[in-house]
Design a protein around this ligand. Sequence first.
Ligand SMILES: [Zn+2]
Length: 290
Amino acid sequence: MPRKRRYRFVGWQAPSRPKRHPHVQQLRKKKMTVLCILGSIAMVFFLFGFLGGRISGVRVAKQYLAQLDETKIALQQTEDALLEAQSVPEEVPVMREEIVYPWNLMLINAQHPLQDGYVVPEQTILASGHSIDERAYPALQDMMDGARAAGLEPLICSSFRTEEKQQELFEAKVQYYMDQGQDRAQAEESATYWVQRPGTSEHQMALAVDIVDSSYQLLDEAQEQTPVQIWLMEHCAEYGFILRYPTDKSDITGVGYEPWHYRYVGVEAAQEIMGQGICLEEYLYPDQYE
Ligand SMILES: [Zn+2]
């Protein structure tokens, strides 16, 4: 009979760990220490990296915001410039405030034609048949008498002209230049230097006279050398007249030298104009011709 095996319950015990060798334990401790140190170093690096990243990130963000601001400012400036450009018309005609001068200082030239409805003033007809504004007549008579008293023989060769007469003279001059080969536009341009277009001549105002020396009646530059012109240029202002188109003022008056054309402006203005060697345009609009 087989022997019954009897089992005795002895309980369970966890198997005790085999004890490690002390050397192994030391190695493990060292390993742990090294790992801790490495971990700490890694943590430090991580923190630096994180903070550095944050700092550089802030910097990038700040730069980005600054660029945004600059872009915004630039856009605003562009918008302002566009608005400004839109609000200003391309060319604003600057209208000068016209000064109303008394009759004796009325300016007539290519830029200041006679106004529509201009009324020809009352005139005094001279013995020669010429005429002048009755208000300027006494001064003209005195000047002629003064020249004669100086032993000279002044001769009035032109005075008041109607619009039609001025047109006739202008057309004759235009034809003269066309005969020389210029086309109509060129000829008108050339003629304007010597004969004013109708509506822009002082002769239509009855305030201008052309005076020559009886001994030399040609209307050319040599006229200035005649005794009558020498005397008139020296004394005309005393009577309220000016040499209207001096040789050195052609660029302002737009008219060639006419050492025979005298214009009445009154004694005060005449003495200032002749005394300073300026022309009527400069006297009336000094700020334009500084
Ligand atoms: Zn004249």
